[in-house]
Design a protein around this ligand. Structure first.
Ligand code: HDE
Length: 708
């Protein structure tokens, strides 16, 4: 540090490679010079000193006339807005939607007419239960909200990463959400479904059994937001130019394939990097590896609806892809991170009623309720009716309304006309309705008595849950058994645990028995009496399994390479080159972040110090310590955890020539060395390792690492 006195009476000090001014009080700062703009108040008045309040003498008192201080604190005091009541934690990004296959035969939606045409998009992916500051990897359904800025207005598809929901009627939503959120007397657990209130509610609401099974499956712990599917959930309608309706269900299929983590890994990721998913999105987009999904549609008509075993208006049911294929018609690409998280991701307002001409609703009672809720909630959250003026919410096509005033109005109508009809002529009179381009609702025929009840087929609560379960690989079924067991082990009331098992008996006896054993239930309860007979011969639907639809490459995944001073430079290069060729990212982990000196004398900086880079952050690991490095890390608990966790989470482990003593120190026996361990001893071994990794995990190992 060096010091020089300036004519202003302030010192100039250099700390490291930067120069600051230092006032008498010792506070360091920089002042505007050259290209550096001058700080101002919100009114644009230049600020001379942003370090000290205005005082009478150096020891005060402070003066009320310090408008800069008061404005700054006033604004800070009001920085927070109410978080979303659900889906509070989310991550948004910009991109585009490109049509690849015209749907002009079934819809007039402008965005679905001309292949090759792109419209801007904004996407927000979220968890449901946790607050804004919760972690990214609780066991939870993920929100998948897409805003398409089409030439005919904004179209929001506000979906989830599961095609079914927990309830059938919107009137139950507050109850369901209250039950999953933290319990009101104690204020915990946060972002967890593993507690009495949730399981009490769902075990008394058999309609939730299907969505609960999805939540207990690996779908609820995605490895990356880029690796999950999205679903519009409800049946919507497309309307064509003749006014005919076709039913449609929306799907988003991840280009990178599906992938999830295992539960113990999720628990540890939440501690190691609570922002794991948002960091992954940020890194992927900024490195040019743009997340991408295909838009798929399932199209069907009344004839199919009438022949289907379930009601197409019931949001707790899906339509198997094997029955109605998913036609892929477009691609959604996220290629730009936000400029400001609050302005865009926090203030974006999705709404199921934001549809465009050519798209319409059905009578799904959940959808009808949602159409009320979203607009209503934004008023509270965004403080007034003008949130559509916020750039992320404003349409990108021309728009003209006679709406005016209210908080923060930015787009009041110009001129004299703020009503219509008016007789002020084409120039002054403003916009007019347009019967040919304007939105027209489908002319549905409706009749019936006014009642509070549900349609008959809604009462089948188990058949499709069974179908989902038998569609999973054995590995996935075991994960589901373990998830129910984990959650119910956190439930304190034995009657609730047993009630859940009574429902599982209607789904799959093996599942019910495994869970009963897992929670130590001595006798199986009676099966819950089903309201409708369970259809037990629905065929498996392979599309419902993650492992049957996983990636075919290791692209977009991340390898953690453990290095030390003396690491073999050639082998490190071999692994890095093979990873690069596959499109796989690597991060070096070792004793100190400043860098290690390799065998060839070169120094490489590290991405993580070992205690900040546990193996749960990576899809596979490589152990490349030198002999001395292996000895050193053998005394480091976090290095031993690195290996042990990679082993327990069924990851592929690349083993360098000097890694054996370290693996032994981690407690693994030679007999534990399965085919998931891949030797890295020669140049070509990098390629062999990456090839093995394409299977993503060595699942065969899992049965060896779980005794209870
Ligand atoms: Fe939502 N939901 N929801 N929901 N939902 C909200 O709107 C609601 C439902 C979904 O990233 C809220 O802006 C009701 C199903 C997503 O900003 C609120 C019902 C599905 C997001 C609301 C449902 C969703 C929300 C809270 C039962 C999947 C986050 C803040 C009828 C198809 C959007 C907000 C974002 C957010 C109400 C059920 C998806 C309160 C009443 C089913 C992805 O309006």
């Amino acid at each position: 540090m060096s010091k020089r006195e300036k004519s202003s009476g302030r010192d100039e000090v250099t700390i490291g490679d930067q120069t600051f001014e230092r006032s008498k009080g010792g506070e360091t700062h920089q002042t505007a010079t050259g290209d550096v703009p001058t700080l101002t108040t919100a009114q644009g008045v230049p600020v001379s000193d942003d370090q000290n309040t205005l005082k009478v003498g150096p020891r005060g008192p402070a003066l009320l006339e310090d408008f800069h201080f008061r404005e700054k604190i006033f604004h800070f005091d009001h920085e927070r807005i109410p978080e979303r009541v659900v889906h509070a934690r989310g991550y948004g990004a910009h991109g585009y939607f490109e049509l690849t296959d015209s749907l002009s035969d079934v819809t007039t939606a402008d965005v679905l007419q001309r292949p090759g045409e792109r419209v801007p998009a904004f996407v927000r992916l979220s968890t449901v239960a946790g607050g804004r500051g919760s972690s990214d990897l609780p066991r939870d359904i993920r929100g998948f909200a897409v805003k398409l800025y089409t030439k005919a207005g904004n179209w929001d598809i506000v979906g989830n990463n599961a095609p079914v929901f927990f309830i059938q009627d919107a009137i139950k939503f507050p109850d369901f959400v209250h039950s999953i959120k933290e319990e009101p007397d104690r204020g915990f657990p946060q972002a967890q479904s593993a507690h009495d209130n949730l399981w009490d509610f769902v075990s008394l609401s058999p309609e939730s059994m299907h969505a609960i099974m999805w939540a207990m499956s690996d779908r609820a712990i995605p490895r990356s937001l880029r690796f999950m599917e999205g679903f519009g959930v409800h049946t919507f309608r497309f309307i064509n130019k003749d006014g005919n309706s076709t039913y449609v269900k929306f799907h988003w299929k991840p280009k990178a394939g599906m992938q999830s983590v295992v539960w113990n890994e999720a628990l540890k990721i939440n501690g190691a990097d609570p922002d794991f998913h948002r960091r992954d999105m940020w890194d992927a987009i900024n490195s040019g590896d743009f997340p991408e999904w295909e838009l798929g549609v399932q199209l069907f008509d009344d004839e199919f609806a009438d022949s289907f075993d379930f009601d197409i208006l019931d949001a707790t049911k899906l339509i198997p892809e094997e029955l109605v294929p998913v036609r892929r018609v477009g691609r959604l690409v996220l290629n730009r991170v936000v400029d400001n998280f609050f302005a865009e991701t926090e203030q974006v307002a999705f709404c199921t009623q934001n549809v465009v001409p050519g798209v319409d609703f059905t009578n799904d009672p959940l959808l009808q309720g949602r159409n009320f809720s979203y607009l209503d909630t934004q008023l509270k959250r965004l403080g007034g009716p003008n949130f559509t003026h916020i750039p992320v919410n404003a349409p990108k096509c021309p728009f003209h309304t006679f709406q005016q005033d209210g908080h923060a109005a930015m787009h009041n109508p110009k001129g004299r006309a703020n009503y219509e009809p008016n007789s002020w002529g084409p120039e002054a009179g403003g916009a007019r309705e347009n019967p040919s381009r304007g939105y027209r609702s489908y002319a549905a025929q409706e009749s019936g008595e006014t009642r509070r009840e549900r349609a008959e087929l809604f009462a089948d609560h188990y058949s499709q849950v069974r179908q989902f379960y038998i569609s999973q690989t054995q590995t996935e079924q075991v994960h589901i058994q373990q998830a129910y067991t984990f959650e119910l082990s956190k439930v304190e009331t034995p009657a609730i645990r047993s009630r859940v098992v009574s429902h599982l008996l209607n789904i799959d006896k093996g599942l019910a028995e495994a869970v009963a054993k897992g929670i130590g239930l001595e006798t199986l309860p009676e099966a819950a009496p089903p309201a409708r007979p369970v259809i037990d011969n629905l065929p498996p639907s392979p599309a419902l399994s993650i492992l049957k639809n996983g990636p075919t490459t290791f692209a977009g995944r991340k390898i953690g390479i453990l290095v030390t001073d003396g690491t073999d430079a050639g082998l490190l290069k071999a692994v890095c080159d093979a990873a690069k060729a596959e499109g796989t990212n690597v991060e070096l982990v070792g004793p100190q972040v400043g860098g290690v000196k390799l065998s060839d004398g070169s120094t490489v900086p590290l991405g993580q110090k070992i205690n900040g880079g546990p193996s749960v952050l990576y899809d596979a690991v490589v152990l490349l310590p030198s002999a001395a490095g292996a000895k050193l890390l053998g005394h480091e608990a976090t290095a031993r955890d690195f290996i042990n966790d990679a082993y327990a989470h069924a990851k592929f482990i690349g083993v360098g020539p000097e890694a054996d003593p370290l693996i032994a120190r981690a407690g693994l026996q030679p007999s534990d060395r399965d085919q998931g361990f891949v030797a890295i001893a020669a140049q070509g071994d990098g390629d062999g390792f990456i090839k093995a990794c394409r299977a993503v995990r060595f699942w065969e190992r899992e049965s060896k690492v779980h005794a209870v």
